[in-house]
Design a protein around this ligand. Sequence first.
Ligand code: ATP
Ligand code: LTN
Length: 327
Amino acid sequence: MKKRVFSGIQPTGNIHIGNYLGAIRNWVASQDEFDNIFCIVDLHAITVPQDPKMLHTKIRELAGLLLACGIDMEKSVLFVQSHVKEHAELAWILNCYIPMGWMQRMTQFKEKSAKQKEQVSVGLFDYPALMAADILLYDTDVVPVGADQKQHIELTRDVAERMNSMYGDVFKVPEPFIPKVGARIMSLKEPTKKMSKSDEHADASIHLLDEPDAIRKKIARATTDSLREIRFDENRPGVNNLLVIYQLFTNKSQEEIEAHFEGKGYADLKRELSEVVIEGLAPVQQRYAEITRDPAFIENLLKENADKVRPIAERTVSRVKEKIGLG
Ligand code: ATP
Ligand code: LTN
């Protein structure tokens, strides 16, 4: 029996190379090794205001992009969270077992609520309970994510363990998988902040569908520092971030990369990095154009895939209800 992987991604904004290098690429790489379920988390997306038409479109676009990145329907399931109603049902139950204090410690809520201009919803506060439900519904072993999600997975483990100790084996307790390199790709403009879909600065993120010229411009404008030497050094976040992106797109070692750039300047680094990123994204963009030629293909695929996982989710919810005495 293969171990089960589950991960999710929000259909908001534009997918960037942080999502790709920190998460999606690893999902693709380990598809053979695991039994994989990937979820487009639209219920998470509505924790902040969304335009209905746009949200609908973004869900399909994201599905197309994930397939273009290499998520393979022979090896993995890709579905939309709101197509399986058990996500919301289990989230409610988990809510009743998560102490307020645990939720109040979540740094993502603190950051996102501080940024929100509109009223902050209860859903945004409750986001981690829904994420825990996503993971626990499928008896997940491993959750591959970027570093920003570590705290949410710890909360998932905590609530699973809490209910297991109250009722006997209710849930499998999942482990996070966070890559050693690329777990936190930084904003090109403010390299002490993570690259983020919701960043207002147009040059902060490289999107998977960006044209070559846009990529060149954004990298050319990336914040560096006033030093000269091109070296991996976390104390120089701008240059370090560019080098990490270069490393992930070329699969070269840090030593090789430092030797390659010895005696060269930041303009060389930026020029070479641009070409490497453009080349790395070209096949994804090409496949995306092919896949989206037939919109019915994605629509059917999402429906069929939800039908595949729904029975697993239903079984888990029945088990939980029975254990806690519901119904
Ligand atoms: P936002 O910042 O607007 O909340 P996001 O960019 O974090 O959105 P998500 O859909 O929430 O996007 O994340 C999808 C996956 O990408 C998650 O596994 C997350 O950890 C990962 N991820 C997001 N940003 C980065 C980043 N800068 N570096 C590495 N991984 C990232
Ligand atoms: N919160 C995650 C998205 C997400 C997720 C999940 C990731 C929702 N449910 C379950 C892993 C497992 C984020 O990336 N911001």
